[in-house]
Unconditional design. Structure first.
Length: 381
């Protein structure tokens, strides 16, 4: 499809990042999957070329570009079947909390390193007993003079082994009547006494992503590490989750497009009963159905991206994009995998890894069921 979102500068940026992917990412993917995390050096290389937080102002160390450059990065990573190098999580989900809610002293402390790749971030929301219901978190932060004392456990935390800086949601008011108003956001350096990385978790997919447990045991942080106002955490989350869900939709859409493109090429090569399987009517019908869903999805995602950049209130639209595109992506990958036959079940084939990676997209950033509840509320149900 012709796309009107991007101008000539964006196209140049895409070409540059695609070169980076070919040189620094693709040759290392198998090694990263085997070791369970990407190399720290690739973060620094990405930062040096302006690929981390490209939307951020130059005074904070960014490239001074726009969110569309981030969209390009999301798309190119998806097209390379790269699910472990969490650039989008860092640049477009976590760092925006620091950029929007930190004071200037905090920004000077943290943002330049986030843009350079010297600081890798993690977002600690999910707990062993709490996922999409953020108001039910049990981690506490108790004020003690000029410090807060954090206690609690987090799980399923991406960048858990590599991170240098963690944005943590904790309860500063444990009164059940203040479930939403009692949440505050803190920034915790990974070197703090009382912070402990748990084990790297072994997952169905995303093999090169260092998803981990985290523990805070009487972890003392200065009051200056409070992000925004005490009790303002839930409102911060509500403001930023919109972009997070849109990012998931963008990646799912691009992944679907790449899977279909690769599957079409494969069906033209694979033969059965003396002819390419692309010549069988069932193959054609299934692939055309995938194409139709992808083109409809592309039109919707690009529309929401354009409106998001324009600053519109898009809770309903981003929630729809998240659940629709991730549901659709899994359906498309499953349909396409079938054409690979037994090879589709082999890990050396990208389609196999895409199948495993797609499943979690319906869970993280708020489950798809939660997305539907949000949309229902937005339309007054």
């Amino acid at each position: 499809m012709d796309r009107t979102l991007f101008d000539a500068d964006h196209n140049t940026f895409r070409s540059s990042f695609r070169t980076f992917v070919d040189r620094e990412i693709r040759p290392n993917q198998e090694k990263w999957r085997e070791q369970g995390q990407v190399d720290r050096e690739v973060w620094r290389k990405a930062g040096a070329q302006g690929f981390l937080c490209p939307w951020m102002e130059e005074k904070w160390g960014g490239a001074g570009a726009d969110f569309l450059c981030s969209v390009i990065i999301m798309e190119e990573l998806a097209r390379a079947y790269e699910s472990g190098f969490a650039m989008t999580l860092h640049s477009d989900i976590i760092v925006p909390y620091l950029h929007s809610f930190a004071n200037d002293e905090q920004r000077k402390r943290w943002l330049p390193g986030c843009a350079s790749g010297e600081i890798i971030t993690a977002l600690a929301l999910t707990e062993p007993g709490t996922g999409s219901d953020l108001a039910a978190i049990a981690t506490t932060a108790v004020r003690d003079g000029d410090e807060y004392v954090l206690n609690g456990a987090k799980t399923f935390i991406s960048n858990g082994q590599l991170c240098d800086l963690i944005v943590v949601a904790a309860k500063t008011d444990t009164n059940p009547a203040n479930a939403h108003r009692g949440i505050s956001m803190f920034v915790v350096e990974a070197t703090r006494k009382g912070f402990n990385r748990g084990k790297r978790l072994h997952k169905m997919g995303m093999a090169s992503q260092d998803t981990s447990e985290m523990f805070f045991e009487d972890c003392r942080i200065p009051v200056s590490n409070l992000l925004g106002a005490e009790g303002g955490g839930f409102m911060m989350l509500m403001q930023k989750l919109q972009q997070e869900r849109l990012c998931v939709a963008i990646g799912a859409q691009a992944a679907s497009e790449q899977v279909l493109e690769d599957t079409i090429a494969y069906t033209k090569e694979r033969k059965a009963f003396g002819k390419p399987i692309s010549k069988f009517q069932n193959t054609q019908f299934k692939l055309v159905e995938c194409l139709a869903k992808i083109e409809v999805g592309r039109a919707y995602v690009d529309k929401v991206v354009a409106e998001h950049i324009a600053g519109k209130y898009l809770v309903k639209e981003c929630s729809i994009a998240k659940f629709w595109m991730t549901d659709t992506a899994q359906e498309i990958v499953d349909t396409c995998l079938q054409f690979f036959g037994g090879y589709g079940y082999m890990l050396e084939y990208p389609i196999c890894r895409a199948f495993m990676d797609a499943r979690v997209q319906r869970i993280y950033a708020g489950t798809n069921e939660i997305m539907k509840i949000i949309v229902a509320k937005q339309i007054g149900l």
